[in-house]
Design a protein around this ligand. Sequence first.
Ligand code: GLN
Length: 322
Amino acid sequence: MKENSLQGKAIRALAREIRASLQTLYEEREAAGLAWIILENITGSRREQIMIRGDEPPDAGQLNAISQILQELMKGKPLQYVLGETEFYGLKFKVTPSVLIPRQETEELVQWILQTEAASGSPLTAGKTSAATAVTTMGGTTRMAGEAAGKLPLSLLDVGTGSGCIAIALKKNLSGAEAWACDISDKALKLASENASLNEAEIRFEHADILDEQTWGRFPSFDIIVSNPPYVTESEKTAMAVNVLDHEPHLALFVGNDDPLRFYRAIANFALQKLRPGGSLYFEINEAFGPQTLELLRETSFQHISLQKDLNGKDRMVRGFK
Ligand code: GLN
């Protein structure tokens, strides 16, 4: 789209025009969604406010920014990389091509963990938890009750943290938790730690290749270990969407061979060593390998294992307790 064709347009008309340009590359609904995100980003206002003030034209600087964003998008670059930011679990995150763009399925994983924790955590320690709750009702905050009972604060680790989205969203929603996150990529760790500061979340970051057992000694024990590891196999590469394949980090996407369980096997063994009794392991998984990932957890002697589908009805996460 040429910049001058945008000039003088009311925001509402502009939204239509942006959508029309994007529809040459994206499906109608996706194009409409993208158009709003662009306008929200450029005006700094929410969609509802933009609609109310729909008759006002944007200024020249804003028009210029919009046409630059459109140019990048028309090359197939994902919007989140073009804008350099995205939202995850109601929080803002910086994203660069060194990290995966946080997915909705991963928000569902975070939600599943938080729901499980809210429902008193591990089925194996449910008795312990309700005893702690009884102390709480009698005398002050949960934290005091935990400390009085000599209980350590809840601790968690996100393996292969990328942008930091899982660790940061969990830390923000589990008050008092001690959060750790690791990654093999220095660039990812740098960005994740910026995101932690941005969201005022205290996270301890470690550089580690979880496939290398020598690095395991860097970690203490945890109550929760979670990971969304690379899970796309070599043979699935050809079927991938080009906007993912051409722009997102292959290090974060691809298993590196045709063993779909490569990372799951290593992390499950790591978790077996590092989880406290009753602790839980959560994975985001490749939809094609749900039963196999469950079987792996069973073989690794995890208990109460379960598989959860995502909103699209695909096998997307598993959990097990030690
Ligand atoms: N869900 C991502 C995709 O399909 C893959 C994420 C991953 O490999 N962990 O693009």
